[in-house]
Design a protein around this ligand. Structure first.
Ligand SMILES: NC(=O)c1ccc[n+]([C@@H]2O[C@H](COP(=O)([O-])OP(=O)(O)OC[C@H]3O[C@@H](n4cnc5c(N)ncnc54)[C@H](O)[C@@H]3O)[C@@H](O)[C@H]2O)c1
Length: 424
């Protein structure tokens, strides 16, 4: 399938994009790099730098079979202090994406929802029919998007699936968690083991749990990615399905720290701090619905595997440890194409930059990719009608040949910009 992956330069999105490419899909990543990293876009995927709310319309105009929508702001604390960022960046941007989906008849959407839509659970494990009462603007923004998708499915026949993740963890080779502001437990604990922090804080050891620390459900990011592929395959027109995704097992903070000590061999000092308000004692998913409807079964549910994969990724980032085929340093693995849409406004539909006469709107953004490379100073040698393929060869360093003037224009090369530049 031809797929648009928003947020595919982030943690979960990059791993899912890698799985999608491996499964043979034609993947374009759209990401504004606000929290993501260009070198996290997997080989074989095209990369467009831009905002979901602004760029999706043009990308979907080419005819896309489905959207996987990971792009979001997702810091709970920030959402409490600056809710406007979440209503704008999550809700408004997603509404624009849904409008683009409707306008261009994109049939499928798989959306990254969250356990935060439920708030404080009345019952554990949490099922999809539990009351959705988010306790912060982040969770509320995700619930609002879920509700929008339901209405678009009913009114416009969209095949929608929302996947409500619990605590995503682990890594997939060189793809892993690299948040600048890290709030997730396992990477924080591993930062202590790798010397980036002196100790880690445990927020409360007097919770009503077996060892007094909070219990959470950790889902391996590879299991999560597999659920996305299944969701894509099972999405039904006119229906919005919602599935919780967790391993179904809860681990306490102390158990996670112990697992990290065992994997890393580091003592990992801990400091007990007061409870944080709004932290539920136990959050564990019931993933029975996903198992029944999608045939999804998580297989990497033990902490040793989850922490082990995350630790290998951490070591790789620090230049330590073996570099297997999927773990080569990122500098040697460039995405097929990198374009900053902010620097690359809509160019004239003439043939001054890639594509061939007669390809028209269908190749509009192939030309845009090439224009972006030209603006960025890349050597680009596109041939007639092969803009995307040849551009990709050029940015990955294959024998570039600069052309200019009329010859370039005839062959689809990049003469100086001319023609109409439409604002977007
Ligand atoms: N990581 C978890 O444990 C977890 C749990 C539940 C839900 N989720 C959801 O999963 C998704 C991915 O989470 P993650 O941990 O990979 O986060 P992340 O920050 O690593 O990835 C988000 C990506 O989206 C991009 N982005 C953000 N706003 C954008 C916009 N308006 N336009 C284009 N790109 C934009 C960022 O640059 C980043 O690359 C998010 O929607 C998040 O809410 C994550």
């Amino acid at each position: 399938m031809k797929l648009l992956v928003t947020g595919g330069a982030g943690y979960v999105g990059s791993v899912c994009a890698a799985h999608l490419v491996d499964a043979g899909h034609d993947v374009t990543v759209l990401d504004d790099l606000s929290t993501g990293h260009a070198d996290a876009v997997p080989d074989g995927a095209e990369f467009v730098k831009g905002d979901v709310g602004e760029a999706a319309d043009d990308l979907l105009a080419d005819g896309v079979d489905g959207v996987l929508h990971f792009a979001a702001r997702s810091l709970v604390g920030e959402s409490v202090q600056r809710p406007e960022l979440y209503w704008q960046g999550n809700v408004v941007a997603s509404l624009r994406l849904l409008e683009a989906i409707r306008r261009h008849g994109t049939p499928r959407l798989v959306f990254s929802s969250t356990a935060a839509t439920y708030g404080e659970p009345e019952q554990v494990p949490i099922r999809e029919d539990a009351p959705a009462r988010p306790t912060n603007p982040y969770g509320a923004s995700k619930l609002a998007i879920d509700n929008m998708i339901t209405s678009y499915a009913v009114a416009h026949g969209l095949a929608g699936v929302s996947l409500r993740y619990f605590n995503v963890a682990g890594a997939h080779g060189r793809f892993g968690e690299r948040h600048v502001v890290e709030t997730h437990l396992i990477p924080i604990v591993l930062q202590v083991a790798s010397g980036d922090r002196e100790s880690m804080q445990i927020y409360g050891d007097d919770w009503p749990t077996p060892d007094g620390t909070c219990v959470r459900d950790y889902i391996h990011v590879d299991d999560l990615a597999e659920a996305h592929l299944l969701a894509l395959a099972h999405a039904e027109p006119g229906r919005h399905a919602v599935y919780n995704l967790g391993s179904g097992t809860g681990f306490s903070v102390r158990e996670v720290v112990e697992a990290c000590r065992a994997v890393t061999g580091h003592p990992i000092p801990t400091v007990v701090a007061p409870r944080r308000s709004g932290d539920p004692a136990v959050l564990v998913a019931s993933s029975e619905a996903a198992a029944a409807a999608l045939g999804w079964r998580p297989t990497r549910t033990d902490l040793a595997t989850i922490v082990g994969d995350a630790w290998r990724f951490t070591q790789l980032r620090h230049g330590v440890g073996p570099a297997g085929p999927a773990q080569r340093p990122s500098a040697t693995r460039t995405p097929r194409a990198t374009v900053d849409l902010a620097r690359c406004p809509l160019v004239s539909l003439s043939t001054d930059c890639g594509g061939s006469p007669g390809h028209g709107v269908g190749h509009r953004w192939s030309r845009r990719l090439i224009r972006g490379a030209c603006d960025a100073g890349s050597d680009v040698a596109p041939a007639r009608g092969a803009g995307r393929r040849v551009f990709s060869a050029a940015v990955s360093g294959a024998a570039p040949a600069r052309r200019s003037g009329r010859r370039a224009a005839r062959s689809g090369g990049c003469p100086p910009r001319r023609g109409r530049a439409a604002s977007r």
